[in-house]
Design a protein around this ligand. Structure first.
Ligand code: URA
Ligand code: SF4
Length: 188
């Protein structure tokens, strides 16, 4: 038996050809960040910038995520960031159920290795894939416990690019997350 690790998953993801998304990608984008993180953020799928650089949340959505985290006092270098699928869907379309299903093994292993105290779900696709949820706007700002894991729900940072009014909602949620970490004595 081998010991699974984030580095091992990274190598597998980079070489993965398990679904069609491998055809058009420039780079697969494995999860990245602090392997001792208490909080793990899960988005949808890599976008253009992520595909070019092989890193999650480094484009405009990543910038909004970083700014919001910084504003409430959460340091990006202390968290772990990943996506439901690790390769960019053409034209940034939403990944299909099949693609999500095939890629899920990597995400589950990332979660099990990092073993975060809180999993922060960014947007509808992650909400649907992990908790079977629907509209994120109706559930954002809430914590949900499932199978011994604690989830926190918020909107996807990219939503703010299209509707700047959502910025304050994201900030409010991140503050809720920060305060809950303080209350539970979770180091962030
Ligand atoms: N949007 C996502 O869902 N993930 C990224 O990594 C970048 C943009
Ligand atoms: Fe493999 Fe996931 Fe990329 Fe599909 S999206 S090729 S399953 S790493």
């Amino acid at each position: 038996m081998y010991k699974d690790s984030i580095d091992r998953i990274k190598v597998e993801v980079i070489n993965c050809k398990l679904c069609n998304l491998c055809v058009n990608r420039r780079n697969a984008v494995p999860g990245e960040g602090n392997s001792n993180a208490s909080i793990m953020f899960i988005g949808e799928a890599p976008g253009r910038n992520e595909d070019e650089r092989g890193k999650p949340f480094v484009g405009s959505a990543g910038k909004i995520l970083d700014e919001t985290l910084e504003k409430v006092g959460i340091v990006r270098s202390r968290i772990f960031v990943t996506n439901i699928v690790k390769c960019r869907p053409p034209g940034n379309r939403v990944p299909t159920e099949l693609e999500r299903h095939v890629c899920k093994n990597y995400l589950e292993r990332e979660i099990s290795i990092i073993s975060p105290k809180i999993i922060c779900i960014l947007g509808r696709t992650a909400f649907e894939s992990l908790l079977g949820g629907g509209s994120i706007l109706g559930s954002r700002g809430k914590f949900i416990e499932k199978d011994n894991r604690l989830y926190f729900l918020t909107i996807h940072p990219a939503a703010i690019i299209y509707n700047n009014k959502l910025r304050s909602a994201l900030e409010k949620d991140m503050l809720t997350l920060f305060m809950e970490c303080k209350r539970l004595d979770i180091p962030i």
